[in-house]
Design a protein around this ligand. Structure first.
Ligand code: 13P
Length: 251
């Protein structure tokens, strides 16, 4: 039986006052954990230490939104996996569509970040998903297959024993237009099938979470699908009440 995972991706939002209020709002409800659910908060880098202090002693764990492909050295502005681990970061988002498009990160860069995360014992949360154009052309599965194959071809399928996959259709991110429950379930099943082509056991134990306009209203039905193991939450994770309700809606 797979555990569920709900992760907050704050993206580039917040300041110290906001972060303190938000985490203080979340922790009374979540610090003791929610049965069967891994809960992760991914703040911007400058707030990692602050969030770490605010969540310490509880069940909620820390994630980061990005990682350098390099271990250390002259890479101005970069943050390495060992630095993240030093702040008790456990998960790191790689391949988010905002980085793939705005920062022009290629599949190869995403693979290197995935490897960098695992090198420092962090769990990569690999984001995959198609644009609206690609969906309209019936290419959703093909795109996700290419994004997964980039990892499998370079690293082998067993690396997915220590990873999470987040299906995030680009057209559903921050738009208020979530994928339908059926669309999401179909893609999650496809992702599991693609991994199962290489190793069924890895596929069956892999946490595949959904991201894209998740709300307390649509979360219960999405999370009840057989292949949807939780969510990667953007906008709604910036509101303590909404995020808590989403975490608790895992059945
Ligand atoms: P929204 O929940 O705001 O659509 O963002 C999803 C996302 O990109 C999480 O990584």
């Amino acid at each position: 039986m797979r555990r569920a995972l709900v992760a907050a991706n704050w993206k580039m939002h917040g300041n110290r006052v906001f972060v303190k209020e938000l985490v203080s709002g979340i922790m009374p409800a979540l610090s003791g954990g929610v049965n069967g659910v891994d809960i992760v908060i991914c703040p911007p880098f400058p707030y990692l230490q602050m969030v770490d202090a605010l969540i310490s002693g509880g069940e909620v764990v820390l994630g980061a939104q990005d990682i350098s492909t390099h271990e250390c050295g002259a890479y101005t502005g970069e943050v390495s996996g060992s630095m993240l681990a030093d702040f008790r970061v456990r998960y790191v988002i790689v391949g988010h569509s905002e980085r793939r498009t705005i920062m022009a990160e290629s599949d190869q860069v995403v693979v290197a970040k995935f490897e960098a995360a695992q090198r420092d014992s962090l769990v990569p949360v690999l984001c995959v998903g198609e644009t609206l154009d690609e969906r309209d052309q019936d290419m959703a599965e093909q795109v996700v297959s290419r994004q997964l194959a980039a990892i499998v071809d370079k690293c082998g399928v067993s690396v997915f024993n220590r990873a999470v996959v987040a299906y995030e259709p680009v057209w559903a991110i921050g738009t208020g237009r979530s994928a339908s429950v059926q669309q999401a379930q179909d893609m999650h099943a496809a992702i599991r099938r693609l991994i199962a082509l290489h190793d069924d056991e890895v596929a069956q134990s892999l946490q595949v979470i959904y991201g894209g306009s998740v709300s307390p209203e649509n979360a219960p039905e999405l999370f009840a699908q057989p292949d949807i193991d939780g969510g990667l939450i953007g906008g709604a994770s910036l509101n303590a009440d909404l995020f808590v309700r989403i975490c608790k809606s895992v059945s």
